[in-house]
Ligand binder design. Structure first.
Ligand SMILES: Nc1ncnc2c1ncn2[C@@H]1O[C@H](COP(=O)(O)OP(=O)(O)OP(=O)(O)O)[C@@H](O)[C@H]1O
Length: 357
């Protein structure tokens, strides 16, 4: 069989190589063979979140699977049909005995584009971690990532049914996706975002689950105090919620005239609520000091949709990360686009994506 070979140890060598590969395999119908999955992680191979993404992507396009098990370092994934619109439910906890708080955001990012480019509407309900380390929080997906995808022509709505925190997870997110009409165009609009304009405001929330109400209030107040001290207009809400286990975090969005950027910090046992807010603010202020249009995480997440657009995209970012370079490499392996990463200073850069005709 003709398949694309992907080396999972390339560059960052993490789970994103796998997810981008799954997404593009489903969209293009090309079979893939991935080796050295998550080779640069402490515990290489498929973890619960990755395995859930594999099963989710396979479900959309009825893919033939080989190596889809926990800890597996190789995977063969061969779509049998075009992604099919429909109702889907995925639960990260089912991928591992004893459950998992693996990030639902990463699973949703894997299935959104194949379904947005499929004929007909879909609804995906995903259960797992909604605010967990090293992944986009629900707030980030909702406030930053999805608005950009909408700008590129994706019709989708996200809602949070229940938050899920480490180590139990059990949060739930619903994603409604508008597919394309029968015979419609399977392309997104390009994104041009080199100049972000002036900062308009910062908004966000201090979110605390199963903790005394003052925790969310202290995060919100501390964040507002710090941001106002920098003369930023801001509105940070205190949001107490219930969940399967305690958790807390501060999630902020910097809204510029033409851009959005998201930052967050998670609480942990022994870390004062004020410190959580300060960590989130520090990340936002660091970004604000640059002139980059998108934040470092969004940059790697935009490469894939930009590769599926019907024209050239460009955006500025600071810093350019290894995640970004690695995702650019995966996209190029599929031959669907060329990605140029142009350094404009020691850390900053301009990303240009040229989809193949
Ligand atoms: N705070 C954050 N806000 C938004 N996005 C984030 C944040 N932290 C991480 N991300 C995004 O989450 C993704 C993580 O990808 P990565 O390759 O590290 O794989 P992973 O599957 O999470 O796990 P592992 O690193 O264990 O392999 C990247 O797209 C990264 O930009």
């Amino acid at each position: 069989m003709d398949f694309i070979l992907i080396d999972g140890s390339y560059g960052e060598g993490g789970g994103q190589i796998l997810r981008t590969t799954l997404c593009l395999s489903a969209i293009t119908g090309r079979a893939v063979h991935i080796e050295n999955i998550r080779a640069r992680r402490k515990k290489p191979g498929l973890a619960a979140q990755h395995l859930t993404a594999v099963f989710a992507a396979a479900k959309l396009c009825d893919a033939e699977l080989n190596g889809a098990e926990l800890g597996s370092r190789t995977l063969r994934f061969a779509p049998r049909i075009k992604p099919r619109a429909g109702e889907y439910r995925f639960d990260v906890a089912e991928a591992r005995r004893g459950g998992s708080a693996g990030a639902v955001s990463l699973v949703l990012q894997t299935v959104l584009l194949p379904l947005a480019l499929a004929e007909g509407d879909s609804c995906v309900v995903a259960r797992g971690g909604t605010h967990v380390p090293l992944s986009p929080s629900f707030d980030y997906l909702h406030d930053v990532w999805l608005p950009y995808l909408k700008l590129m022509g994706v019709g989708a709505e996200l809602s949070l049914e229940r938050t899920g925190w480490y180590p139990i997870g059990k949060g739930e997110v619903r994603l409604e996706i508008k597919g394309i009409p029968s015979g419609g165009r399977r392309k997104l609009h390009p994104l041009k975002l080199e100049d972000r304009g002036e900062l308009i405001e910062v908004f966000g929330r201090g979110l605390a689950a199963n903790l005394p109400e003052h925790v969310s209030q202290r995060m919100a107040q501390r964040a507002e105090t710090l941001l106002r001290r920098k003369n930023m207009s801001c509105r940070i809400d205190a949001v107490p919620v219930r969940a399967a286990c305690p958790g807390a975090g501060t999630f902020l969005v910097a809204r510029y005239e033409r851009a959005l950027a998201g930052f967050g910090a998670l609480g942990e046992r022994g870390k004062p609520a004020e410190q959580v807010a300060e960590d989130a603010c520090a990340k936002l202020l660091e970004h604000d000091h640059t002139s980059a249009a998108v934040d470092e995480h969004l940059a790697d997440q935009l490469v894939l949709p930009c590769a599926l657009a019907d024209g050239e995209s460009g955006f500025t970012v600071d810093p350019m990360t290894r995640h970004l370079a690695t995702n650019a490499w995966v996209v190029e392996r599929f031959g669907i686009a060329e990605v140029e990463l142009i350094s404009t200073s020691a850390t900053a850069g301009l990303v240009r994506v040229f989809p193949s005709p």
